[in-house]
Design a protein around this ligand. Structure first.
Ligand code: ACO
Ligand code: PYR
Length: 532
């Protein structure tokens, strides 16, 4: 059976730009358009030419896209104006775009209240605008704003709006769940009804995520016959966002019912770049990736519990719905208080630590791990501290040096310019193979001073830690009141760009920080193969 073509329309650069906190630059828009084209998206909606200088500039020159049709978005002509006398429509016709996607109300209530015009004038505006863009040689689409709410209120009028666009020559009539409150069964029933009047291969869906069902609503529309899906990367979009293409694309490619019936422009090879595409966008917008995102999140293929890990190590399919590599993700087994021997063994294998499966020290390691987690350590976030714990329990960490004593003082005083300054001073005494070394250092805080002093002179080991630097320091108070325990996580990096995280726990923040610092230094020595 031959597959039907399903078209993907990306509106990251238009509806995505309506996300609270998202602000694209021209360079961002150019890079993202190219990235979407490379991914295999059919339509890239670049923005709203005429609405702001950035979008007008973006549409002044058409980006070189290999496959995707570059699309301009904007309103139909305003009530009471002709298309030739409407600056908004003129801006759209002047835009260097392959396609124009108009937006028009398709709800009688919205026409009455928001536009303050008549249903007849709204229908005429749709017809005139679509016909003008078609006559100008553009591929035309109409986003029927508020379609589903409008249909529930006055089905004949909502349908008349959609039909007016189709009959005036629109290639696509896109049904919008603008307020995002429609349920999947309603979408399926209404789209089924619409496709009795307009062929499904001319019908699209634009779903918002206000009930967390934009993806489900898009799939419901496809089941009912729609053949274009609008969405955004990472689900960006007004309010709670749009249908997330990073979830929809893998579902369409990998889930049997859809994959058997439909072809999309994204190849299996490009599907494997999806994690990279998603992270690139997050990086550009300085947003923290959603680690729990379906398919592409960092946690999407993470196994934390012992029972799951034991099965995953025998066959990943026991707890994975698809292979992570298919979307460019990877499998990870964590060690934590939920872990069993299987998690620990997986982590030892990953770190390249040799062990005997029958060695009773392995059981001791699992017990030690759980006891420490109960005391506040979090090894799933501190890979290097876990590796040291494992190596120490299995007897594989050399005794490099001994810190005999450290002092940290914080002092507030006036400097030579008469300004009040707070200065931290640390002194560390270290025994390296019988040689006592004393280092002192100032820092902008006590932990910084301690870190600098500890790494100032480690004798024969100094050369191994020259490139070491701390790149992140996080503190969490684990329980309140006088019995509070502090957990410190430190991320370090070396001259090769390799990074690792260590953990320290203590009622005293300096002590917790010192443990994490020591683990970081010792991990670096182990990693560098420093001799005992
Ligand atoms: C559901 C969606 O996401 S639709 C996309 C929404 N995106 C945006 O609005 C972003 C870009 N918008 C803008 O920069 C501005 O709103 C502009 C440039 C388009 C218009 O700005 P202004 O002329 O100052 O109008 P303003 O934004 O205050 O109001 C919108 C006007 O368009 C009218 N209008 C709204 N939708 C439509 C439509 N589909 N067709 C015709 N007219 C419309 C409204 O009735 C209102 O008219 P009024 O000024 O006579 O009351
Ligand atoms: C067009 C659009 O963004 C909407 O109706 O939600």
């Amino acid at each position: 059976m031959s597959k039907e073509r399903l078209y993907l329309f990306d509106t990251t650069l238009r509806d995505g730009a309506q996300t609270n906190g998202v602000d694209f630059t021209l360079a961002d828009k150019q890079v993202i358009a190219a990235m979407l084209d490379d991914l295999g998206i059919d339509y890239v909606e670049g923005g709203y030419p005429g609405a702001n200088p950035l979008d007008s500039e973006f549409f002044a020159t058409k980006p070189k896209l290999a496959h995707a049709r570059f699309t301009a978005f904007g309103m139909t002509r305003r009530a009471g104006r002709s298309v030739s006398n409407d600056p908004g429509v003129a801006g759209l016709l002047e835009a260097k775009a392959d396609a124009i996607c108009f937006v028009a109300k398709s709800s009688a209530y919205q026409v009455r209240v928001a536009l303050e015009t008549t249903k007849e004038e709204n229908l005429a505006s749709i017809r005139d605008s679509v016909a003008a863009a078609k006559a100008a040689g553009r591929e035309v689409m109409l986003d029927c704003e508020h379609f589903f709410d409008g249909y529930k209120e006055d089905a004949a009028f909502a349908l008349a709006c959609a039909k007016a666009a189709y009959e005036a020559g629109a290639r696509w009539v896109v049904l919008c769940d603008t307020n995002g409150g429609t349920m999947p069964d309603e979408v399926e029933a209404i789209v089924t009804e619409v496709t009795r009047h307009i062929p499904g291969d001319h019908v699209g869906i634009h779903a918002h995520n206000d009930t967390e069902q934009a993806v489900a609503n898009s799939l419901a529309a496809v089941r009912a016959g729609a053949r274009q899906i609008q969405g955004t990367l990472n689900g960006l979009g007004e309010r709670c966002g749009n249908a997330n293409l990073c979830s929809l694309i893998p579902t369409l490619k990998l889930k049997k019912n859809f994959a058997d019936a439909f072809e999309i422009g994204v190849t299996a090879e490009k599907l494997a770049t999806l994690v990279k595409v998603s992270r690139t966008l997050d990086d550009m917008l300085n947003r923290v990736p959603n680690r729990h995102a379906a398919y592409i999140g960092e946690s999407a293929f993470v196994t934390k519990t012992g029972i799951h890990a034991s099965a995953v190590l025998k066959d990943p399919q026991t707890y994975e719905h698809v292979l992570p590599e298919l979307v460019g993700n990877h499998r990870k087994v964590l060690v934590s208080d939920q872990a069993g021997r299987s998690n620990v063994i997986a982590e030892l294998d990953r770190a390249g630590i040799l062990y005997e499966k029958s060695d009773p020290k392995l059981t001791r390691l699992v017990e030690e791990l759980k006891a420490r987690e109960a005391a506040g350590y979090a090894y799933e976030s501190a890979n290097a501290s876990f590796e040291l714990l494992a190596r120490r329990t299995l007897g594989k960490v050399p005794h490099y040096f001994e810190v005999e004593q450290f002092d940290v003082n914080v002092e507030q005083r006036y400097n030579s310019h008469g300004e009040r300054v707070t200065v931290a001073l640390a002194v560390v005494k270290v025994d390296v193979a019988g040689e006592r070394l004393i280092s002192a250092a100032e820092g902008n805080g006590p932990v910084n001073a301690l870190d600098v002093a500890l790494r100032k002179d480690l004798g024969k080991y100094q050369k191994y830690i020259e490139g070491l630097k701390l790149i992140d320091y996080r503190v969490r108070i684990l329980n309140g009141g006088t019995g509070a325990v502090t957990r410190v996580l430190i991320e370090s990096e070396d001259e090769n760009g390799d990074s690792w995280t260590t953990v320290g726990v203590s009622p005293n923040i300096i002590d917790a920080s010192f443990q994490a610092l020591m683990d970081s230094v010792i991990y670096k020595l182990v990693k560098s193969g420093a001799p005992a």
